[in-house]
Design a protein around this ligand. Structure first.
Ligand code: CA
Length: 391
């Protein structure tokens, strides 16, 4: 996994996570270990991954291959330079890995969409008529995306009080949303849609993503144009970016899509992934408790379909853009990806420990998402995304 780290007096640079260490790719490059590859080690002296990402997939694959070879036997390879190239995780500070130009948030978790529909439109079909025809999304706010570990300030905003009068104050319904964030790896020119068959070539890597949400603010403001202040106060991105090719062993067919999507969204290739996801919550002076377990298979729309749809009208994506999947919920209460669903909009407080319940987040709560893939032959663990609430 790639990330941006600093330590001691060393300025932020590109690192590759290896066990409990970060491999300093600038130093590795300066020592000549990347000789023969089409890159200047200076690309790893940058404070964001964008320049490296912009070199393109053939270079990413070559670097990844070289790192795999070097690290297969790292004690021999790096024996004489170990302390120059490896920095223990406990000594590093992680930074936002990419300069994010644009951020889009999809709504591809069908169980989440159905649950929200059941709560807020109880007498209607839980899914709106467009849901199975196109991957619904809104354009989000890139400036407030922060790296994992950044404290999250409870937002104030306008919402309806118990007498259904608009008031302004600290959100009483602060929530998380369990999502993955795709890091776009290649630009398409304005006016040139990305065909679904090419769409995965545009993904550099995948992160965990927390789309913090103030439900009371969101509910009052969102019609008719969608989320605004209920979402724009902060979103958290994991510090480590998993290269997209690392997901290959976990590729699976997605859910049956009925009706069959229109041709520009249709592909017979399996384009979903089997990754286990967990949400952990730790009250200010309490234990870390796992409160939800789910899987990325529950996404209705694939990454490729999101990209094909996003660009179908000619919209250009840029290197470093983030496309988040939308909340990933399973089909049972223990697998929901938000407190809105886990507490059913506050109606059923969630018991997380003997004397601890939650409807929405309290100050001091620390929320952590984890993700991993497991097959008989492969294992993959994402870098976590974490944030603690304060006022
Ligand atoms: Ca979301």
């Amino acid at each position: 996994m790639y990330g941006i780290f600093s330590y001691g007096i060393a300025s932020p640079r590109v690192g590759f996570k290896h066990g409990n260490y970060v491999l300093d790719l600038e130093v590795v490059g300066l020592l000549g270990y990347f000789d023969g590859l089409a890159l200047d080690p200076a690309v790893f002296a940058q404070s964001v991954l964008n320049d490296f990402i912009a070199l393109g997939k053939p270079v990413h694959l070559a670097v990844h291959q070289r790192l795999t070879e070097l690290l297969a036997n790292d004690t021999n390879t790096f024996a004489e330079v170990h302390d120059q190239v490896f920095i223990h995780l406990s000594r590093v500070q992680m930074h936002l890995p990419v300069r994010i130009g644009d951020y889009t948030d999809f709504y591809a978790g069908i169980h989440h969409a159905e649950n929200v529909g059941r709560m807020f439109r109880p007498n209607a079909d839980p899914l709106l008529p467009n849901y199975r025809h196109l991957p619904v999304a809104y354009h989000g706010r890139a400036s407030s995306i922060v790296v994992s570990g950044t404290p999250i300030r409870r937002p104030s905003g306008q919402f309806l009080n118990e007498s259904r009068q608009p008031v302004f104050g600290p959100s009483q319904k602060l929530d998380f949303e369990l999502e993955l964030g795709l890091i776009i790896g290649k630009s398409n020119p304005l006016g040139n849609p990305i065909p679904i068959t090419d769409a995965e070539d545009y993904i550099f890597g995948v992160t965990l993503f927390n789309d913090w949400s103030a439900r009371d603010i969101q509910r009052w403001e969102y019609q008719p144009l969608g989320p605004f202040l209920g979402k724009n106060f902060a979103s958290s991105l994991s510090a480590w970016v998993v290269p997209f090719e690392d997901l290959e062993p976990f590729r699976v067919a997605g859910p049956t899509q009925n009706p069959t999507p229109l041709p520009y969204l249709h592909s017979d290739n399996p384009a979903h992934f089997d990754l286990d996801l967990e949400v952990w919550l730790q009250p200010d002076d309490g234990e870390h408790i796992c409160i939800s377990q789910t899987n990325t298979r529950y996404l209705y729309w694939s990454f490729a379909q999101m990209i094909a749809h996003h660009t179908a009208g000619g919209c250009n994506l840029n290197v470093g853009d983030v496309l988040a999947t939308g909340t990933i919920s399973g089909d049972t209460p223990g697998s929901y990806g938000s407190l809105l669903e886990l507490s059913w909009n506050g109606e059923r407080p969630l018991h997380i420990a003997k004397t601890v319940t939650r409807t929405f987040l309290d100050d001091g709560d620390r929320v952590t998402f984890r993700a991993k893939g497991r097959t008989k032959r492969s294992a993959l663990e994402f870098g976590e995304v974490e944030g603690k609430i304060y006022s």
